[in-house]
Design a protein. Structure first.
Length: 332
């Protein structure tokens, strides 16, 4: 097992180097650069920019260097933990990400816990009570949840909450608490604003997981070993949790691979509608403004999280499913 983990980490390091180059190329593909956008904004505001000023700005941002030099400079700094400086914000990228990371992770982890706590029990009940009223209700909820865009649900909930309760639920804090130091009143204000983002972001995930859990468990319940267990008189609850559920949970466990980057990037459109200070809108703004160091660093962060998530998923599957463990030991 240890040799397998070391091998995977080595592969991940090589892949991250390749991804860093590909992501930097993709950020450079659109015509123009951050400086072109900045000059156009200045001219639209009536500010004249002469050739000498343009050269000074190119030298300041390092945009006068060839592509490979810019990439090698950024990647070399990245290896030392320096993600560079954001052009648009004139701040180190590490500070910009750090300012939003805690709230992003808090919202996403709470959403994940809520999603799994609701979806798995409903999926199990729906599978074990097939064609019951609850099964039909869960199926309808699943289809509606998957078909409804999260940003549309966010707008509907914001309208309902504001009209009938008088609460302004945009953002995570009321205006008087947004820039104040942390205290009990600010924490209570945060808790008042959290339900809408949790419900909106978790709806599609909950609906999808219910469908996956139901389908996987139904497939296992029809297999011969379950029928044999029932014929031998095994208690239904013991039979369910000891055998078919352990196999049916595999698709849920394997989803951890794409959940880790989702924790950071989250639902970008939903965050924009709700005014959430998370990392998703920051990445969108960086891509729109061709803020290459900020966009490249965020893409690298998400790529690293995706690969770490895949490794964690594989290790969890080995622990959950003995068949995978035995197969790995046989091929080792």
């Amino acid at each position: 097992m240890l040799s397998y983990i070391v091998q995977r980490i080595l592969y991940m390091m090589v892949l991250l180097v390749l991804l860093s180059f590909v992501s930097f190329v993709l950020i450079e593909l659109p015509p123009g650069d951050f400086l072109d956008n900045l000059i156009q904004q200045l001219r639209n505001a009536g500010v004249q920019v002469d050739v000498e000023q343009i050269r000074d700005l190119e030298e300041r941002y390092g945009l006068n260097l060839p592509f490979m030099q810019r990439y090698l400079k950024w990647f070399g700094n990245l290896l030392r933990g320096d993600m560079g400086e954001s052009f648009a914000y004139n701040q180190p990228v590490t500070e910009l990400i750090g300012q939003r990371l805690l709230l992003t992770v808090t919202i996403s982890l709470l959403t994940l816990v809520l999603t799994y706590a609701i979806a798995i029990p409903i999926g199990i009940y729906s599978a074990t009570h097939q064609y019951s009223f609850t099964d039909y209700a869960a199926t309808a909820f699943g289809f509606i949840g998957l078909a409804t865009p999260n940003f549309l649900l966010a707008l509907i909930l914001m309208y309902i909450v504001f009209k009938y309760f008088g609460w302004s639920v945009g953002g995570l804090f009321s205006p008087e608490f947004e820039f104040s130091p942390w205290n009990l009143a600010k924490l209570v204000d945060l808790l008042k604003h959290l339900p809408i983002p949790l419900i909106v972001v978790g709806t599609a995930g909950t609906a999808g997981l219910i469908r996956v859990m139901r389908a996987a468990l139904l497939d296992e319940l029809r297999k011969q070993y379950v029928l044999t267990g029932r014929a031998k008189g095994l208690e239904e609850g013991r039979l369910l949790f000891k055998y078919p559920l352990r196999i049916a949970i595999n698709p849920i466990v394997s989803s951890v691979g794409w959940l880790l980057p989702a924790i950071i990037s989250g639902e970008t459109l939903t965050a924009l509608v709700l005014g959430l200070p998370t990392v998703g809108p920051l990445l969108l703004q960086a891509q729109q403004g061709q803020d290459m160091y900020l966009a490249g660093s965020l893409v690298m962060l998400l790529s690293a999280l995706a690969m770490m998530g895949m490794l964690i998923s594989d290790l969890m599957l080995v622990l959950v499913d003995p068949r995978i463990r035995f197969a790995r030991e046989a091929t080792a």
